[in-house]
Design a protein around this ligand. Structure first.
Ligand SMILES: Cc1ncc(COP(=O)(O)O)c(C=O)c1O
Length: 504
């Protein structure tokens, strides 16, 4: 008999291997003995739709006839994969660090060479091939602290509270690991938004922590309502011990930017309910909408005065993967902890030590992100030009996405205020919902699969991020190049019309 399973409502089937072949009939590690928490992990961003997209790409290469000539992947926040060019200065410094003989080459500007020399001097043996200390290279952590101080209008930051990480994901999982304890009703509960970025639900499943869902308000541009936080925490106290509250701002998948007032309210709520705050701020430069501004949780916390700033525990996260850089593959990131118990901090340092250190090229790249060229340096003008161009294009695409999608009857799209995504709501005909149910699929999975098969556009169904029952969405990145994004939006418009007619 073959093995079949379903993820997010899509069924998969694998031919069951012959267990007696090669004498492997009695594996120690099998589906019955493996970690059950791992089996519960789901990650829609790289889920079944993407697997099918990869298959279709292969079929296209093999000459299989399709109604389209390429697969456009608007499913994942990977800017470079979608054609964004690297920022010259970042790559120059990393190239110099990786191959120091280039320090003699006239093609590289002096400011890039100075940065590279400084980083190399801080590396063991003067090489980025050496391990660093586990929280990350000291001068990089000092530069991160200075960057945070400048960003937050002078509120002090100390390199001792900075932990460099393998992307933000690594630091987020590390913090969740530290926070998870207890059994039964005392098991750690962690509040996460719905819709959410599935790293959070996946990590909580793996750690067997309790997910406490709070819903963002779609009718108010995905804003966060304190009443909803109160409802969620109260209900959760019946069956677990809520210890942490995670906020993503600007938001993924919903693209909202929180107001300062909202952040203050969240901080007050965390103080009242004694919750550890985790602020995922990887999109801090990605704010596009007029009237919206990024406010870091750290800054707002300290501006609220010692009543809060001396008690509320906070970890905030940043990454080289997003913003104007989009350097996902370098796996650079950091976390800053505030008001953490000094003994727990030692445990955190011990925990990160077990995995030695984050990749050094990622640390080097992060150093340049937080310590970019200054106005009196030769690379400044080009750096600013490239940085501004990347952010301006994203802003233009954010607006275009909202405008075009809102012209489609049956699609409602909130303004893409920030980040790199839109999460529009779909009105799906009853017949389509029933057809999906017959196939054992979530209706928006059914929709996205059909969209992929008919147009080659790869999106992620809303069900992979969580949504209110009876509502349907997809997540789409705004990352395809402008001309390609226009095609994507046009194809979605045509597809939605066809789909609605077919199932009406
Ligand atoms: C909200 C959010 N947090 C964290 C991450 C992980 O980023 P990194 O590449 O730094 O691990 C992502 C990636 O898309 C994200 O959207």
């Amino acid at each position: 008999m073959n093995i079949s399973w379903a993820i997010n409502g899509t069924e998969f089937e694998l031919q069951k291997p012959n267990m007696t072949e090669n004498g492997l009939g009695h594996r120690v590690l099998n589906m019955d003995t493996m970690n059950p928490n791992v089996k519960r992990v789901e990650y829609a961003v790289r889920g079944p739709i993407v697997q099918r997209a990869v298959q279709i790409e292969k079929e296209l290469k093999e000459g299989v006839e399709k109604p389209f000539t390429e697969v456009i992947k608007a499913n994942i926040g990977d800017a470079h994969a979608m054609g964004q060019k690297p920022i010259t200065f970042l790559r120059q410094v990393v190239a110099l660090c990786a191959y120091p003989d280039l320090l003699e080459d006239d093609k590289f500007p002096e400011d890039a060479k100075n940065r590279a020399r400084r980083i190399l001097q801080a590396c063991g043996g003067g090489s980025i091939g050496a391990y660093s200390v586990s929280p990350g290279i000291e001068i990089v952590r000092q530069d991160v602290a200075k960057y945070i101080e400048k960003r937050d209008g002078g509120i002090p930051s100390n390199s001792d509270s900075i932990y460099l990480s393998t992307g933000a994901s690594d630091a987020i999982v590390t913090m969740l690991k530290l926070l998870t304890s207890g059994e039964g009703k005392n098991r750690t509960g962690v509040m996460i938004s719905i819709p959410q970025y599935p790293l959070y639900s996946a990590a909580l499943a793996e750690l067997a922590a309790v997910q406490i869902s709070y819903y963002l308000d779609e009718d108010k541009c995905w804003s966060l309502d304190i009443g909803e936080l109160r409802r969620a925490v109260k209900a959760a106290r019946e069956h677990c011990n809520p210890r942490a509250l995670c906020i993503i701002n600007p938001g993924n998948p919903t693209g909202q930017v929180q107001s300062r007032q909202c952040i203050e309210d969240v901080i007050r709520f965390a103080a009242e309910e004694r919750l550890f705050l985790m602020a995922d701020e990887v999109y801090q430069d990605n704010v596009y909408a007029e009237g919206c501004q990024f406010h870091s949780f750290k800054k707002v916390l300290f501006e609220m005065g010692p009543e809060y700033s001396s008690v509320v525990e906070l970890a905030s996260f940043h990454s080289t993967s997003k913003c104007f850089m989009g350097e996902c593959g370098f796996r650079g990131g950091y976390m800053e902890v505030v008001n953490m118990d000094p003994e727990v901090k030692l445990q955190l340092t011990k925990l990160v030590s077990v995995r030695l250190c984050p990749p050094i090229p990622g640390q080097a790249l992060l150093d340049i992100v937080v310590n970019p060229p200054q106005p009196d340096e030769p690379s400044y003008a080009t750096f600013i030009k490239e940085r501004t161009a990347n952010l301006d294009i994203l802003a233009e695409k954010a607006k275009m996405t909202e405008q075009v999608l809102n012209t489609v009857p049956g699609i409602h799209c909130n303004p893409v205020q920030g980040a790199m995504y839109t999460f529009p709501r779909l009105s799906l005909p009853e017949k389509a919902i029933n057809a999906a149910k017959e196939k054992g699929q979530a209706p928006d999975m059914f929709y996205c699969m059909k969209l992929l098969e008919e147009t080659g556009i790869c999106l992620v169904p809303g069900s992979g991020f969580g949504q209110r029952d009876g509502t349907y969405h997809f997540r789409m990145t705004i990352l395809p190049a402008t001309e390609k994004l226009k095609v994507v939006l046009e194809k979605i418009r045509e597809f939605h019309k066809r789909f609605t007619e077919e199932f009406s």
